[in-house]
Design a protein around this ligand. Structure first.
Ligand SMILES: Nc1ccn([C@H]2C[C@H](O)[C@@H](COP(=O)(O)OP(=O)(O)OP(=O)(O)O)O2)c(=O)n1
Length: 142
């Protein structure tokens, strides 16, 4: 599975013709493998440890938004340093997720594509999703 990494100001950079770098989950998995091997950290990268590290990073990500109230898409009022910090925490979450999946023997790209297909079946196009609460409930259509 390939994801697009945006250099610069996220969605704005793309709109302004900023450079995109293509990165595959496989690339990240391999780099994380090399990173852990080089430091003798494989012994610490058990599924449970990685899950706890992932949750910790989700906490750090949440702290960035904590007490700010709702923020508009694209975060137009955030400065470069705030966006850089956000990018770092998002990356920590992604990297631990990729590593955790690998250590659990799950092909994350394949699993994600399959889940998107299941989501599309569960939430078919054309239904009334105007009530957000209804769209979030798995029982709403039964
Ligand atoms: N045993 C470890 C420790 C770190 N990392 C990598 C994955 C994360 O991308 C990043 C996390 O590093 P830190 O634990 O230093 O966390 P932060 O970067 O968030 O630093 P801080 O908590 O000081 O803000 O390093 C790793 O793979 N295995």
């Amino acid at each position: 599975m390939t994801i697009l990494m945006e250099n610069g100001d996220g969605a704005d950079a793309v709109a302004k013709g900023g450079m995109d770098v293509e990165v595959s989950l496989g690339d990240l998995r391999k780099q994380l493998d090399d990173f852990a091997k080089a430091r003798g950290w494989e012994q610490f990268h058990s599924p449970r440890n990685l899950l706890l590290a992932l949750v910790g990073e989700v906490g750090e990500l949440s702290e960035i938004f904590q007490w700010k109230g709702e923020v508009p898409r694209g975060l137009p009022d955030w400065n470069v340093s705030e966006k850089e910090h956000l990018g770092e925490e998002l990356s920590d979450v992604l990297l631990y997720l990729v590593r955790l999946s690998h250590m659990c023997g799950v092909d994350l790209g394949r699993a994600a594509l399959s889940k998107i297909e299941k989501n599309a079946i569960k939430y078919p196009v054309g239904r009334d999703y105007s009530r957000a609460a209804a769209a979030a409930s798995s029982k709403w259509s039964k």
